[in-house]
Design a protein around this ligand. Structure first.
Ligand SMILES: NC(=O)c1ccc[n+]([C@@H]2O[C@H](COP(=O)([O-])OP(=O)(O)OC[C@H]3O[C@@H](n4cnc5c(N)ncnc54)[C@H](OP(=O)(O)O)[C@@H]3O)[C@@H](O)[C@H]2O)c1
Length: 288
């Protein structure tokens, strides 16, 4: 049976974003590993009061910031997590929505259930967290929403179509949301990392192929290229630094891409080149 939703009341005179970092509270999702963990560590070291959420609740050996058990796939878990944060800290100034995972497989063989699970975390997980955070931010003096998207939210990645689609969805959502919340002093930024060395690679879920699947060779090649690039990718601390920059900026950008120059070039190439020319150029780096 669904439990009653706890109500949250915030004082109207919550200090502004420009207050010292020590007063500012940030919720980071996906804080038990990778980009979220590096972000929680960096913001905590910079003086933010960090609440780091994940299903594990904490990262082993880390205790400077407060860990919170939260499953972003679950409405009630997200709601109660934000209620707990507000009960402890009385305010919320920023959200870094980083929880996510990857799904690989040919579109033709991907069960709809797997595709929906990908969206449940990567898209609706962000939506749940942001929806809970906006009220407290409006009740205060505004805030910052940082959505961890991906370069895969700009360039479609073969054999990771539903991962890409979930990130493209975030791009549209974040862009639209920005107009709605600007009048309340809330800024939205989409952070687009390229390949980053994290647990993401090992935790990528793969669709089980049928026997003698005609996509097998192409899929292995494409996902293999991606996994090698991730293993040799940027350190998560690079993304954390970019996120801190967004949170500290007076005029945060709507989008920021982070990673190796060659990967980020892809974003510009897609914008500038005729699409067929871009596709031809992208094939080798996508492993197809
Ligand atoms: N690594 C890359 O190359 C790369 C590139 C572009 C974008 N990104 C994006 O960056 C974000 C972070 O990925 P990462 O590379 O840091 O991967 P990671 O090392 O695997 O970390 C993923 C984090 O998300 C959390 N998480 C996953 N499902 C969750 C759920 N249902 N509820 C709450 N937390 C959940 C995990 O914690 P628990 O398992 O403890 O819940 C973990 O803390 C993702 O959105 C990913 O799409 C990554």
């Amino acid at each position: 049976m669904p439990c009653a939703r706890a109500e949250v009341r915030l004082p109207r005179d919550t200090p502004e974003m420009s207050s010292p970092p020590a007063d500012r509270v940030v919720l980071v999702t996906g804080a038990s590993a990778g980009i979220g963990l590096a972000t929680a560590e960096r913001l905590s070291a910079a003086g933010w009061r960090v609440v780091g959420a994940s299903r594990r609740g904490s990262a082993p050996g880390r205790s400077v910031w407060k860990g919170l058990v939260m499953d972003v796939d679950d409405d009630e878990s997200v709601h109660l997590g934000v209620v707990e944060l507000l009960a402890s800290h009385g305010r919320l100034d920023a959200v870094v929505a980083g929880a996510g995972w990857g799904l690989a497989g040919p579109v033709e063989h991907t069960p709809l259930e797997d595709a929906k699970a990908q969206f449940e975390t990567n898209f609706f997980g962000v939506v749940r967290v942001v929806s809970e955070a906006l009220g407290p931010m409006r009740a205060g003096a505004g805030g910052r929403v940082v959505i961890v998207s991906s370069l895969a939210g700009v360039v479609g990645i073969p054999f990771q179509s539903f991962y890409s689609a979930s990130k493209f969805a975030l791009e549209g959502y974040g862009e639209a949301l920005a107009y709605e919340v600007a009048p309340f002093g809330i800024d939205v930024t989409l952070v687009q990392p390229g390949n980053v060395r994290t647990e993401f690679t090992a935790r990528r879920r793969r669709v089980v192929p049928p026997p003698r699947d005609p996509y097998d060779a192409a899929m292995e090649r494409a996902v293999g290229v991606m996994e090698r690039d991730e293993a040799a990718g940027a350190a998560p601390e690079l993304v954390a630094r970019a996120i801190e920059g967004v949170l500290d900026s007076h005029r945060p950008p709507r989008r920021v891409s982070v990673g190796k120059a060659g990967e980020r070039m892809g974003v510009f190439a897609k914008r500038l080149l005729p699409y067929r020319a871009f596709e031809r150029a992208a094939r080798s780096s996508l492993g197809v």
